[in-house]
Design a protein around this ligand. Sequence first.
Ligand SMILES: C[S@@+](CC[C@H](N)C(=O)[O-])C[C@H]1O[C@@H](n2cnc3c(N)ncnc32)[C@H](O)[C@@H]1O
Length: 206
Amino acid sequence: MPFYRDHIYPHLVNALGDPEPIREIRQRIIPLAQGKVLEIGAGPGVNFVHYDPVKVEKVYALEPNPGMIRLAEPQRRISRVSVEFLNLPGERIPLQDGSIDTVVSTFTLCTIPGVVAAIRGMGRVLRPGGRFIFFEHGLSPDPKVQRWQKLSEPIPFRVFQGCHVTRDMPSLIAQGGFTIEQIESAYLAKFPRAWSYCWWGTAIPQ
Ligand SMILES: C[S@@+](CC[C@H](N)C(=O)[O-])C[C@H]1O[C@@H](n2cnc3c(N)ncnc32)[C@H](O)[C@@H]1O
């Protein structure tokens, strides 16, 4: 349903995607970005305000949904860093090998259909010594919560356009060719536990 995807879904993500304590964690991890940054699935641009203009040269904001780009445009205008939109999916990153210092993904790996291919692409564009900053939700370590996640997955999948709540992000990041440097996890936000188990941290290409 293109109307839902391009008009309603972007407003839903904009309205629900940045509650406390999620915002507080964005404020802590996004300023770790430096140099040339690739943000995958930038959505309505809620991270733009958190980039440190002293450390960041430019942000390539890759986002395939034109409705998201429309919402992100005012954020781009008020951002203290230069932001260029790339209107493509994460499986097709249009940047040269080793050309990026930092890749950022927040609440996007849950939705990318070819998630491991996209993570490998992030590793391809990162320069040696570059860093991946992630903040994602997914599979809880608690078997009881996992049961609810498996049962309820069709709801976020429909409402949030392909969002999976049962992806094991640390494993996928490792399968995509990264070593995790730092990671924290917790149930965040006011959503049910089945939809709110999150990890945040950094990883480097293997
Ligand atoms: C839940 S939103 C997260 C938006 C934003 N990163 C945030 O933290 O609020 C998921 C985003 O992933 C984008 N997306 C969906 N499929 C994608 C793909 N194949 N490659 C890159 N981004 C994708 C969606 O358009 C959407 O903007």
